[in-house]
Design a protein around this ligand. Structure first.
Ligand code: ZN
Length: 315
């Protein structure tokens, strides 16, 4: 009976519990935790992969609730691609429920993590405590590492290596696609640096709704000021908002931005009290839909940089 079941599993291509290398001829079943990683997997894997993205476009991966369908999809996958850095707090429960036995790629492995402490002096004790309580559940490490294209290169290489490990028969194809993609990301990184360094230093300051641009800020020299902390469902206190409004007036900050994963109420309020322009939505934690302006990781950068430079230069 045991032998017959094993034979059946081989015949119909069911995943075997031992996590053996993928030997089927069909596309490799891959699950990515959220849309930015899904795009990277697709860029590198192409038609070799059958991709499922758990948190889709415009979705908020900070607060996702996995479904029973997600568990089924993951149980049949050979590769799971996650961000790590405590971004997907809901994931361990899902991998347990699915009994997932495939390979896992932590896309951020090898990056230099940033903490949220950079502008700690602007926060009083109360808000620091609120941050420690947010749904990241870690309080200190900033998970938004993809917002620096140099980290995107590391993500791409990790994903390429993971695909090759899960599907060694096509390792050479994955390696080639990875290097082509990495070359595009490196060219884009240089382009982004050139476009932003053309903006005068004192104008490179904007307000966003949640603190998702720490890596972007460090890489590209733009200061982002966020009224709420690290996460999308933290509430800004009246004191936080008053502090931001003071700062916008004092430093003559020209633009405030909303993000595609957050609500606009707070930013609208800040804008109406200060006269700062509301810029176009920035894409921080999720891509747009296929017809939107940020349908890929590369397009997301191009769009965000265009919105930022237009707002900061008043053009
Ligand atoms: Zn975020």
């Amino acid at each position: 009976m045991l032998i017959r079941r094993t034979v059946l599993a081989l015949v119909v291509g069911l995943p075997l519990a031992n996590g053996a290398a993928y030997a089927d001829d069909g596309p490799l079943p891959v699950v990515a935790s959220f849309s930015i990683l899904g795009d990277m997997v697709q860029e590198i894997g192409g038609s070799r992969v059958a991709l499922t993205t758990l948190v889709g476009h415009d979705g908020d991966a900070h607060v996702y609730e996995p479904t029973p369908t997600d568990a089924k999809t993951l149980a049949a996958a050979r590769l799971l691609v996650v961000n790590g850095l405590h971004f997907e707090g809901w994931l361990p429960r899902l991998t347990d429920a699915a009994g997932f036995a495939g390979e896992t790629v932590v896309a951020s492995a090898g990056i230099v993590p940033r903490s949220f402490g950079d502008h700690a002096e602007e926060h009083h004790d109360e808000s620091e405590e609120a941050h420690a309580d947010d749904d990241h559940g870690h309080g200190a490490v900033d998970p938004h590492a993809w917002q620096d294209l140099a980290n995107g290169v590391i993500y791409a290489r990790n994903i390429g290596a993971g695909l090759a490990k899960a599907d060694p028969a096509h390792a050479a194809e994955y390696a080639k696609a990875t290097e082509a993609y990495v070359a595009r990301l490196q060219a884009l990184d240089a382009d982004v640096k050139a476009r932003l360094s053309a903006v005068p230093d004192e104008r490179r300051k904007v307000v966003t709704s949640h603190d998702a641009f720490g890596y972007f800020s460090a890489a590209y020299g733009v200061t982002f000021i966020a009224p709420v902390g690290t996460s999308t469902d933290a509430e800004a206190s009246a004191a936080d908002v008053a502090r931001i409004i003071d700062q916008i007036r004092r430093e003559k900050i020209a633009a405030v931005f909303v993000e595609n994963v957050t609500n606009t109420k707070l930013v609208d309020q800040i804008s109406s009290e200060t006269g700062a322009t509301v810029g176009g939505a920035l894409y921080s934690d999720a891509l747009s839909g296929p017809d939107g302006p940020a349908a890929t990781y590369e397009k997301m950068f191009d769009w965000n940089v265009t919105q930022l430079t237009q707002a900061m230069t008043g053009s």
